[in-house]
Design a protein around this ligand. Sequence first.
Ligand code: DOR
Length: 450
Amino acid sequence: MKAERFDLILKGGTLVTPAGPRAADVGVRDGRIAALGTLDPDAGEQVIDVRGLHVLPGVIDTQVHFREPGLEHKEDLASGTAAAALGGVTTVFEMPNTTPSTLTALDLQDKLSRAKGRAWTDHAFFMGAAAENVEHLAALEQQPGCCGVKIFMGSSTGSLLVDDDETLLQALRNGRRRVAVHAEDEARLRERLALVRGGADVAQHPEWRDVETARLATQRVLNLARRAGRRIHVLHVTTAEEIPLLAANKDVATMEVTPQHLTLTAPECYQRLGTFAQMNPPIREARHRDALWHAIDQGIVDVVGSDHAPHTREEKARSYPTSPSGMPGVQTLLPLMLDHVNAGRLTLERLVDLVCAGPQRIYGIAGKGRVAVGYDADFTVVDLKARREITAKWLAAKCGWSPFEGITVTGWPKATIVRGNIVMREDELQGDPTGQPARFVETLSGDAGD
Ligand code: DOR
């Protein structure tokens, strides 16, 4: 009998599978996982020794802002996906608040063409919801390369905003895929702007954009989602007060938290980092961070996403509140979360649920999110014991800074593999960018060009 051949074998690692950790080799053929078990190393064109390492399904970051087109001085699709690959991320979902905003099939097509041959990771793009495209959202969300619709209920970076119930309901009624929502109440934000307008201490950011601003918006969008019969995904949840609302509505709503809201707290972060800690929704006091961890423990949180939102040092150094909100994070998401695993705050299996299986489940990504035969050969190989400092030198994002610089973490990505292509090893990018659009179960028939 002819022995089975593989393009690549990962030899001797611990696989994190849906059934838990398992000591086994993985064989890859034609970009897919072809076998798990004890494999003859001679059967592989290429063999990587992963003894002592864990092989996770490729990490999927479902919230990044890569700024192209229009704001390339902050980031672009090449630098953003390079940062992703160096951080162990194999797939990214990119947000629509670019210039122009992503509002039409042409805007989406433009992003896909720009990513071709330049993206280091697989990728998909959100379609922004706005009054001008609300009638077309059902068709727009079906475009290949689209991960779904994103609604900004409160204004943040860029001009995207849908803040009235009527347009929100229209957006929720036009389409069927899960809708991602930035839930801050615009009317309350405007009402409270006087608190900081004209200059204030950045530590007041969570007072302006207060708990009630988030709670109100989340409650409103949950009610509207139920009326529309539409699934939603509430992005970067930051308050203890939203958790019971989301837990009571798991049938229609999933939720995301970010590593920065799980790691930083007010007021310390503002004292230490000033406006570099400013983001929307804000970093809040320890009781909220603790509530987010409790929600992870209770199974309420579905996804951890980075909300990678780079701005240059010069932009961030402006005086508050003219300083822009957002911080980079795609490259530090996994090291920070592995450090939390090592500190005993969650298990490695729960982390894989949050950054691999969770994204797959809520967005219906085709062929990703688990180490199983037939799935894409996307792997994030990690050394759980490596102690490493996060340094500016290691960062690939154009902005060149991170709020986590100088922090030493335990747990580090050693290799990033996308559909069998090794794109990062030992902190170095490998070969050429080979990222492709991600595919989705709800629009597979639309992916005719595959
Ligand atoms: O802090 C933020 N920055 N929150 C957002 O919602 C947008 C993001 C950005 O694009 O800068």
